[in-house]
Design a binder for this molecule. Structure first.
Ligand code: GLY
Length: 322
């Protein structure tokens, strides 16, 4: 056994490390769940997703059902330009979708670069439940979805196509910050038994290079759930999030006892330290601890998130960098 590992185990067993770890982490198995469920979602459209998730839980559904069917509401909104088939296309005019789910026990499913399916999040769940894999992409994901009972839907939205045609005149490749105050939807939930789950789904960055995949379907980047600690999800420019394994970073900080908002802030700060020229970018994190404590933080003003708990459904503005 390597020396470092022996030393770690020895410190752990003598309690020297344990003393530095907050009590709720040490007592992971007996962490007190919230008195009622807590559901969080990114952006204004998160309110509709939260209402659906809440209804699923109220009707006796489990927390995974809740986060899948919650974000599916937003995927089904063809007026939404950043999630589902209403999203803006890539440079070649294709709307390609990314989504993932993760449950309390860390099981995960994901699809990326799929076209012609209304609810990639449901396919991601099926990948988790029906295959030994975590992630399917592109043509293979589509074929698997068809073979497993998911119906294709081919639609063209004239307004979205016209906007894209106009964009092709200049082909400027500049991500737009907060232009319509919404982006990816990520949803995190904990039920009254302390069971956690999360989901994340997007059409990705408008006019991206064909084949580009962002953070949203990548476990640890766009979403991470650890039933012993909590969950986190990300929104904004996916490349920034992937480079720091953003959602995993937030959850690991909570594991060390950092409060949810502060964990999100430190992840944003890490992105800022590692990048220049962030003027045209937004990035935000949501965090939900297993006891129901939550927080959010973004690079710049404008990131809203929906909260549903015993106090009802409401929209909050995240804290942000100055
Ligand atoms: N956060 C969504 C994306 O970058 O695709």
């Amino acid at each position: 056994m390597p020396l470092d590992r022996r030393r770690f185990l020895r410190l752990g067993s003598t309690g020297a490390l344990a003393a530095a770890v907050p009590s709720w982490t040490r007592a992971a198995g007996i962490l007190v769940p919230p008195a009622s469920p807590v559901v969080l979602s990114t952006w204004d459209h998160g309110l509709a997703a939260n209402r659906k998730a809440w209804q699923v839980l109220s009707d006796g559904g489990n927390v995974l059902d809740a986060v899948v069917e919650g974000v599916a509401v937003v995927e089904n909104d063809l007026g939404n330009r950043t999630v589902g088939q209403g999203g803006r296309p890539d440079r070649d005019g294709h709307v390609t979708l990314d989504a993932c789910v993760q449950d309390h026990d860390g099981r995960a499913g994901s699809v990326a670069f799929v076209e012609h399916f209304p609810n990639p999040v449901r396919i991601a769940r099926a990948v988790m439940e029906r295959t030994p894999h975590v992630m399917l992409v592109g043509e293979g994901a589509e074929r698997w979805a068809r073979e497993n009972g998911f119906a294709e839907r081919r639609i063209t939205l004239p307004g979205v196509q016209a906007e894209w045609k106009e964009w092709t005149v200049q082909k400027a490749y500049q991500p737009v910050v907060n232009i319509e105050n919404h982006d990816t939807i990520g949803q995190l939930a904990v039920d009254a038994r302390g069971r956690l789950a999360g989901s994340c789904t997007t059409s990705g960055m408008a006019y991206k290079v064909h084949g580009r995949v962002g953070d949203s379907p990548i476990i640890g980047a766009g979403l991470f759930v650890d039933g012993e600690v909590g969950a986190a999800c990300a929104t904004g420019t996916g490349e920034l999030v992937i480079r720091i394994a953003g959602s995993h970073t937030v959850v690991e900080m909570m594991r060390q006892g950092v409060e949810p908002t502060e964990a999100c802030r430190q992840a944003v700060e890490r992105i800022v330290r590692r990048h220049r020229d962030l003027d045209r970018h937004q990035v935000g994190f949501l965090a939900l601890r297993a006891d129901g404590a939550f927080g959010a933080f973004s690079l710049r003003q404008g990131f809203t998130f929906a909260v549903s708990d015993a106090a009802g459904h409401r929209l909050l503005a995240s804290e942000h960098m100055g």
